[in-house]
Design a binder for this molecule. Sequence first.
Ligand code: NCD
Length: 316
Amino acid sequence: MIGSPTTADAVAAWPHRYLLDVDHLSRAEIEGCLALAVEMRARREARERMDVLRDEIVGLAFYEPSTRTRVSFELAARALGATTVDLSVAGSSAGKGESLIDTLRTLERTGVTTIVLRHAASGAPYLAARSTGAPIVNAGDGTHAHPTQALLDALTLRDALGELHGRKVAIVGDVAHSRVARSNLHLLPRLGASVWIAGPPAFLAGFQGWPGVRVAADLDEALLDADAVMTLRIQLERAAGGGIPSLAEYAAGWGLTTERLAKARPTAPVLHPGPTNEGVEISAELAASERSLIGRQVMNGVPVRMAVLALVSGAV
Ligand code: NCD
C-alpha cells in the first residue's frame, strides 16, 4: 500500500475500474485522487522508486493527435513500473477498417491490462468500458470529456490558490466544443469554485442553468475580480470556426491579453490546456508571463495520471 493514512483511506474506497469523466466521481474520490497525485509528485521529485504497476501493461490508444496527454500518460505508467504499448493508429489495423472494439480486444488479448483511449467520437470510452474487461481511462473523447485534464487543472489551481471554495474561476472561449471545459464545469463547482463562462454566443449555447456555472454577459463580467482565468483553443477540427466571423475578430473580442487580465484580481493566474494558438485566444506575452500556469499544468499532468492509473488498476 502506498500513501499516508489520509490518502490511503481515500483511495481504499476507490470503486472504479475506469475513469470516463469526473461526473461519476464523488467528492471523496476526487480528493483521494488529488491527494495521491500530490504524494506521488513528491515521491517522484525525490526520485523515490515506485513500482506499483510493475505487472501491468498500459496500452496507449490515441485515435486523435496528442502531445502532452500521450507523453504524460506514458511517463506516468513508466514511473510506476508499467510497460507501455503505443498503438499508433496510423500504423495499426484501425487504418484497415477494424472496429474500435476489435482493436481494443486485440490489445487486451496480447496482454494489455489497462487502456488509455483518446477518440474523436464522444462516448467512445463508455463503449470501450462495456466491451472490454480492461480498465479504461478516457484521455479525451470528442467534445465530451477530458477527466485527467480537469483533475490536473484542479491540482494546478489549488497549488496556486489553495482551497477553491468561494473562488471565482473564469473560463473563456470555445466552451461548447471543449471536452476540457465540460469536465472542468463538473469538477470545479464540485470543489466549491464559482465558475463563469464567457465567449461568443455560439460557444456558450446550452450552458444556461448548469449547476454552479454562470454565463457572463460579456468578457469583462467574467473577468471582474476573477481569482483565475482559463482560456481555450477554438476547436476548429470540430467545426467550431462557424461560430465566429474570423480568427482576427475573435482575437480582438475575446483574446486574453495582459491588459484584459487587469480586470481580474491582481495576481490571478491564467491557465490553458494547450496547445495554445498564441495571438488568438491568448497573447504570446501573457502565455510566457509570470501569471501563466501553462507550464505547471503540463508538469502536473504526470503525477495526476500516475494517480489515476494506479487507482483504476487497483494497485494502491
Ligand atoms: C486538449 C484536448 O485535446 O482536448 N488538449 C490537451 O489534452 N491538453 C485541448 C485542445 O485540444 O484544445
